[in-house]
Design a protein. Structure first.
Length: 334
């Protein structure tokens, strides 16, 4: 994590132009298909979407990387290099590092992601979705060349102002949010990729998969995992699975919460509460003080902010300068 923190601070100040040139040489004359997925771990649903995407062109997986914290704010099972191996083994042509999901707010993350897709020259973005009446309207709207605007209890078409529904499942919400961000950035980037909508496979539970892996009982979820992922998991198990499972740095979080100026890292109302109730002896004590947020994962994401200890001003500059580089972490030809 310490090296990731240094890299994020560096990426807030400068760009690595050489990395862009190297990437463009690899994808020259190719039709780039790109998607972002955590692959935590890569299961048959991910494999299905990847296969559908590969039918359309050269598949570039964007893998959330720095800090190794998921959208829920908790550590991934495995680091991004292992997850990149899973992506390449499943058929991805290239894997590049995406923005730090656990550190950024959802809007900030989506902004960075669309900017990265633009620089990757992604023409097609495959996305899995859950069928429902509102989502069917969203898909129809996007397929007509329009965009989606997401507001509290209101999903609407940006161009026609038609109200499509009140809310969306999380996977579907991500698609709508991507469409909205593309719409917002259009005057700046003039970027209009095509979505490839893929109906999500049923009967696959990421939670059950992760629970089985932590127990070392892969056979319980073998029907949910492709052979390529199972092979990598068995290899890690032989080497000692416990050596690869990522964990929080509890000592660093407590040090930050007890001794640092929290206004530099956290929303002001959260910083005020945490500083007022010092000292803390456990993560549970900290979580009890953190107020509820808009996201049900708000408390875990605040722990990640304490763990990363990166100033809000640096995060702002990091987003403005994003992407500072195109970092390749997996390549099918190597």
């Amino acid at each position: 994590m310490i090296e990731d923190i240094k890299e994020i601070k560096k990426d807030a100040k400068e760009k690595d132009e050489k990395s862009f040139k190297q990437y463009y040489k690899i994808v020259e004359n190719k039709r780039v298909v790109s998607d972002f997925t955590e692959y935590n771990p890569l299961h048959k649903g991910h494999k299905y979407a990847l296969d559908k995407g590969r039918e359309k062109g050269f598949f570039v997986s964007v893998l959330p990387g720095p800090l190794e914290r998921s959208g829920r704010g908790i550590p991934y099972l495995f680091n991004r290099y292992i997850r990149a191996r899973m992506a390449i083994a499943a058929g991805a042509n290239l894997v590049v590092e995406g923005p730090p999901m656990g550190l950024l707010g959802s809007g900030q993350y989506m902004l960075c992601l669309i900017k990265l897709f633009y620089h990757l020259k992604a023409e097609i973005i495959p996305r899995g979705y859950i069928p429902d009446p509102t989502m069917e309207k969203v898909i129809n709207c996007i397929n007509r060349g329009y965009h989606i605007i997401v507001k509290p209890f209101k999903i609407m078409c940006a161009e026609t102002k038609e109200i499509l529904g009140e809310r969306l499942e999380i996977d579907n919400y991500v698609i709508a949010s991507m469409s909205q961000t593309i719409y917002k950035l259009k005057p700046i980037l003039n970027y209009e990729p095509k979505f490839l909508f893929i109906r999500r496979l049923e009967g696959i539970s990421g939670t059950k998969i992760r629970e089985a892996i932590l127990k070392g009982k892969f056979e319980l979820v073998k029907d949910m995992l492709p052979e390529s992922t199972l092979k990598i998991l068995e290899e890690l198990k032989r080497e000692g699975l416990e050596n690869y499972i990522l964990k929080r740095d509890t000592e660093r979080i407590l040090e930050t919460a007890n001794n640092y100026d929290l206004y530099k890292y956290l929303p002001n109302h959260v910083a005020e509460l945490l500083e007022k109730n010092r000292p803390y002896n456990s993560l549970e004590e900290i979580k009890k003080v953190i107020p509820k947020g808009f996201s049900r994962h708000f408390k875990e994401r605040i722990l990640t902010r304490l763990e990363a200890r990166i100033e809000k001003e640096i995060i702002k500059k990091y987003i403005e300068n994003y992407p500072a580089k195109i970092k390749i972490i997996g390549h099918a030809s190597t």
